[in-house]
Write a protein that binds this ligand. Sequence first.
Ligand code: 13P
Length: 257
Amino acid sequence: MTSQPRAQRRRLVVGNWKMNGTRDANSRLLQEILSNWKPLEKSDAAICPPFVYLEQVAQALSASQLYWGGQSVNPNDSGAYTGEISAKMLIDQGCRYVIVGHNERRRLQSESDDYVARQFVAAQAEGLIPILCVGESSEQREQGKALETIGRQLQAVLDIAGLQAFATAIVAYEPIWAVGTGITATPEEAAQVHAFIRKQFASLGHELVILYGGSVKPENAAELFAKEDIDGALLGGASLQAKDFIAICQSAEVAGK
Ligand code: 13P
C-alpha cells in the first residue's frame, strides 16, 4: 500500500515556545492570537509552552480550536526524577501533543536515540501524540550523511515502538543548521528529506503527517507547504508573534485545499 494522497492528510502547525514567556507576555500573545484567529478546516494548530505555563495556555485555549502540548517528557511513570514531567502529567494538563527528540534536547541534555524512543513509547502509552523530531547537523549534511542520520534516528524508534505506532504519530524534520539561524532549508532540500521519511512508512498506508521546522516564517511558509510531502510546520521564533503564527496557520490551510 502506498501513502494517502496529500489532500487527505490534515495539515498541522505547532508553535514551540521553547524557554520563552512570562505570565503577562503569554497572556498578551494568547489574547492576540485568539482575537485575530481565523478558523481552520483542513488543518490543526497547537502551542507547546514551557511546562509551568501549560495550565495558563490550557485555560486560554480550552474554548478555542487550538490544541496544546509539552516540549518534552520523561519516559518513566513517576518517582525520583527531579525536575522531570511524566506523560500522565501532560495528559492531566489536557495536552494533545508532546515534542520528543528536539535537537536542542538531544544536544544540550544529551538525549540519545534510545532515550527519545522511550519517550515516544511512554507518550503514546498515555494517549499523547508524539511529535518526533529528526534532523542532521551541518557537518552531517556536508558529509552527505543527512539521510543516514535521519534514518538512524527513525530506526531507533521503529525498533522499540514498531511501524504501527506511527499511525498515530507525527514526524518533524528539523535540520539543526536551520533552527533559529534564519537559514531555511530550500523547499527542494526539505522536500527531498520529507519524501525519504515518507518512504520509510509507505507500507503503513496511512496519513503520516510530516512537519518541517527551521526558520519558517510567513514569507517562506507557502512555498514549503506547496511541496507534496510537507504537511505543516514546527515553529520556534515565528510562534512568538501572533501575526506570524496566524499567517503560517493560514498558509497551511490554503495548501491543504
Ligand atoms: P525556529 O523556527 O526559531 O528556527 O525554531 C524551529 C524549532 O526548533 C521549532 O521546534
